[in-house]
Design a protein around this ligand. Structure first.
Ligand SMILES: *Cc1c(COP(=O)(O)O)cnc(C)c1O
Length: 231
């Protein structure tokens, strides 16, 4: 494992993030990095933690459960960034600080029910399918506005923002209109729900600069951090 390369990659991602934040008129601290560790070893996670990373993202609940167990000695803030099936919600929810991809009213309501019995439930973002791809999870922009009242009625699980993914295979510039659309949608949903919705989770290795320039407060980055590290 090339630890120097990991440190360099992290440094480079952080500096691109800070520059993009400055271009969007925000402080570097206004945008958080979620290091995506899906399919990466526990050893690599430990190396990241040693470099000061605390916010780690996993896609698959099952893999998250295993990592939480194997790395119980570390203080990780876990983020679930992938699809959560309703039947895995109860076990997953106490392990995470944030769920990025709540993709249906049904899931949101079941999280709300579970959260009602918790003192410190995780915060959640709602996933918007802003690119219109069939294969993507999430609300269409029209559908999420139609559900605004029902979303607003969920008072136990804190809904803090929106998450989106650009269409598969697009570059940063073609991703930008999707990010801008979700930022505008956030304004409308804020007015309809009365929720502050401070967060936008937008941007991965290939498009996080554009995501930040369009208002992201969270970026989810995997490959750009680990390139050349696992040799
Ligand atoms: C894998 C994944 C990421 C990270 O993607 P990279 O291109 O490796 O940075 C971000 N978000 C989601 C939802 C993912 O599944």
């Amino acid at each position: 494992m090339n630890l120097e390369r990991l440190a360099e990659n992290l440094e480079s991602v952080r500096s691109i993030m800070a520059d993009a934040a400055a271009r969007s008129g925000r402080a570097a601290g206004a945008v958080s990095l979620v290091a995506v560790t899906k399919r990466r070893s526990g050893k690599l996670v430990r190396a990241l933690m040693a470099l000061g990373e605390r916010d780690l993202g996993e896609n698959y609940p099952q893999e998250l459960w295993e990592k939480v167990q194997d790395l119980a000695d570390l203080t990780v803030r876990w983020h679930l960034i992938g699809h959560l099936q309703g039947n895995k919600a109860k076990r997953t929810i106490p392990m995470v600080r944030m769920i990025h991809a709540v993709d249906s009213l049904r899931l949101l309501k079941s999280l709300d029910e579970i959260a009602a019995a918790m003192t410190n439930p995780p915060i959640v973002c709602l996933q918007v399918n802003g690119s219109g791809e069939q294969a993507k999870h999430g609300w269409s922009p029209e559908a999420i506005l139609a559900d605004a009242d029902e979303i607003a009625s969920c008072r136990s699980i804190p809904v803090v923002g929106l998450m989106t993914m650009a269409a598969l295979g697009t570059d940063a510039e073609s991703a930008r209109p999707t990010f801008a659309l979700v930022r505008e949608l956030r304004e409308t949903l804020r007015a309809r729900t009365g929720f502050a919705l401070p967060h936008l989770s937008m941007g991965m290795s290939g498009d996080f600069e554009a995501g930040i320039e369009e208002g992201a407060t969270l970026v989810r980055i995997g490959s750009a951090l680990f390139e050349g590290v696992e040799t």
